[in-house]
Design a protein around this ligand. Structure first.
Ligand code: MN
Length: 229
């Protein structure tokens, strides 16, 4: 089976319980749509867990992007040419986006473990396109930016893919489902609190685990929704 989860945000316990509930095995594939760390306490355990599984396809979220930019700025610090820009990324991540807990945990790692995280973050994919049981899916962390029917993800800017807020009242695709995380579904429709949103060929799987304590998962083969709280 093919599963999609997003925005675990350091809720490692919920993540493990979900894998147990869906009986995740080596025959399955999990598409994880980013924002594995930050805000919640156990972001690095989620990342190390995922790095150790060959059948988890991890995508870049805006939080992984901030994390890797800060690591790279840190590495380049002696020769920083744009010190202010580097500091803005750090402040934005640690103070406004819940990255402080992840950064402190990262600093306590051995150099070898830091290098493993860094290399993993730099290798993350931006999106996946696949067909399962005759249904087509585009999987990406946040969306595809400005409204444009059947927009190709290759034509999007990075910020569109990982930061954008979509207009869920419009169908961006006529032939596929756009499956995203990034925006907790309660912000799309208060009636969707803790549940997956579906409408206009959008499927949003971010149930706000770190805010409301529920992690959602979509099975692409059956379209079934699975939840742990
Ligand atoms: Mn996000």
């Amino acid at each position: 089976m093919n599963y999609v989860i997003s925005d675990v945000h350091g809720c490692y316990d919920l993540f493990l319980r979900m894998l147990e509930k869906i009986r995740f095995s080596s025959a399955d594939t999990l598409f994880l749509l980013g924002d594995a760390a930050d805000r919640g306490p156990d972001g690095l355990p989620v990342l190390f867990d995922v790095m150790g599984r060959s059948n988890v396809v991890m995508h870049l979220g805006n939080h992984e992007d901030m994390f890797r930019r800060v690591i790279q700025n840190w590495e380049n610090e002696p020769n920083l040419t744009d010190r202010e820009a580097a500091d803005r990324t750090f402040v934005n991540w640690t103070e406004r986006n819940g990255g402080d807990v992840t950064w402190q945990a990262y600093l306590s790692l051995t150099e070898e473990r830091q290098r493993q995280i860094r290399d993993f973050l730099l290798g993350l994919r931006l999106f996946s396109e696949l067909t399962v049981n005759g249904r087509q899916f585009l999987l990406v962390h946040a969306g595809v930016g400005e409204y444009w029917v059947n927009k190709r993800p290759e034509d999007c800017e990075l910020r569109d893919l990982i930061w954008t807020r979509m207009d869920y009242s419009r169908a961006y695709y006529t032939d596929r489902y756009l499956v995203t995380g990034h925006t907790p579904t309660v912000l799309i429709d208060p009636a969707c609190r803790g549940r997956i949103f579906r409408g206009n060929n959008h499927i949003v799987v971010d149930c706000g685990a770190v805010y409301c304590g529920t992690l959602g998962c979509l099975c692409l083969d059956t379209m079934e929704e699975i939840y742990v709280s």
